[in-house]
Write a protein that binds this ligand. Structure first.
Ligand code: FMN
Length: 379
């Protein structure tokens, strides 16, 4: 059995330089896209599994970390959530009250959502009866990550986790920070982040505008000697070999693991991912207020045609809760955002996560060996 080894493997204590991206989608009643079973499967297969904890409250995150620990034993794993440097606070710890305030402040957007609900024949649902993730809750989540001595913390959506890099380092925690542009990578380095994920625009979820092929070598040069993980559009061993050729020491893989047997996404969304071409995964700010890549949908089209400017994160998301909850309750998954990257267009098969990882390693190794045979030195 072949192994692919880079220095990053020694730093993280893993066998293969493949990190499963922490992934979360709003609507925490659902199982997240990177649930305990997926994280454990990837870590136990020799990669690094990362929990997507953005929308977990304290108790849910505590339970998820305990469950991962029980399944992986001494193997490393990570936790990922957004630690914002700046964020428009919703101003209350009551989600329904926050929703009422958002409606009052943005009546045209709220009326548009109400019209969408009616046009789709849905019964409007109340916003979720749970607290939004406030700054106070975030601080307590950080304390919990430290208490659990989680080996790796990944900061979502490009914000450096300045609040606690010193405390984490003191107990041996490694930090991964996401960037979609070179200037963001430099901010991560200043914040004390150890490993930089350079995420190209091809990626699923929140993403920037620079492509992986262009971004990765620039970030590698900008943050050297810090290691870089390449992200966005990597689902095969050939793509992994290309990422290593660009100077990355490993890959951060999201969409490919949405097609795994262990993912928490709805079966209908997985079927769409397996069946849709790359060009069906487009950019929009309609779902969260920040730019995200996901599958085309009637709701996305309607927002684009409305001429309404998306509101700031997280207000844009909050206003759509009645629609999202109604669509979920009715099993109308075509109306719920299906976040995934362009690489979905080349994924046609559902496989166990360990097999996805194994196939990537084998194909990357074969590709690297094949490339070596192309070098002809003239004497
Ligand atoms: C459904 C979904 C949810 C995501 N949620 C998060 C998240 O909560 N935190 C985060 O750091 N990145 C998130 N991402 C981005 C991934 O971490 C990763 O950068 C991206 O999936 C890589 O590109 P790929 O999808 O082409 O593999 C998400 C991506 C998807 C597809």
């Amino acid at each position: 059995m072949v192994r692919l080894h880079t220095e990053l493997c020694d730093r993280l204590g893993i066998e293969h330089p493949i990190v499963q991206a922490g992934m979360a989608v709003h609507g925490a009643e659902e199982i997240p896209p990177s649930p305990v079973a997926l994280v454990a499967a990837v870590s136990n297969a020799g990669g690094l599994g990362v929990l997507g904890d953005n929308f977990h409250d304290l108790d849910e995150m505590d339970a998820a970390i305990r469950a991962v620990k029980a399944l992986v034993g001494a193997r490393p794993f990570g936790v990922d959530f957004l630690v914002p440097a700046s964020r428009e606070e919703v101003g209350t710890s009551d989600n329904r009250e926050a929703y009422r305030q958002a409606v009052a402040a943005h009546p045209r957007h709220a009326a548009f959502v109400a019209a969408l609900i009616e046009a789709q024949g849905l019964t409007p649902a109340e916003p979720a009866d749970r607290a939004p993730i406030s700054t106070a809750v975030l601080r307590r989540k950080i304390e919990l990550v430290l208490d659990h001595r989680v080996p790796v913390f990944a900061a979502a959506a490009g914000e450096p986790p300045e609040w606690f890099t010193a405390a984490g380092h003191a107990q041996g925690m490694q930090f991964i920070g996401m960037c979609g542009a070179v200037r963001h990578a430099q901010r991560q380095v200043q914040a004390g982040v150890d490993i930089i994920t350079a995420q190209g625009t091809e990626a699923g979820g929140h993403t920037g505008n620079v492509a992986t092929f262009v971004l990765v070598p620039q970030v590698v040069a900008a943050v050297a000697p810090r290691p870089v993980l390449a992200a966005g559009g990597i689902a095969t061993g050939r793509q992994m070999a290309a990422a290593l050729a660009l100077g990355a020491q490993g890959v951060w893989v999201g969409t490919a693991f949405l097609a795994s047997e262990e993912t928490g996404i709805p079966a209908a969304h997985q079927a769409q991912i397996l069946a849709s071409p790359s060009e069906a995964f487009t950019l929009s700010r309609y779902a969260s207020g920040k730019q995200q890549r996901g599958l085309i949908s009637p709701i996305k089209d309607a927002w684009a045609a409305s001429g309404l400017e998306p509101l700031a994160f997280p207000i844009q998301r909050l206003l759509q809760e009645p629609l999202l909850r109604a669509a979920r309750a009715a099993g109308r998954w075509d109306l719920v955002p299906n976040l995934a990257g362009q690489v979905a267009g080349m994924i046609t098969e559902r496989r166990p996560a360990a097999q996805i990882l194994r196939d990537m390693v084998d194909e990357a190794a074969a590709t690297i060996e094949e490339l070596g045979t192309m070098v002809v030195r003239q004497r």
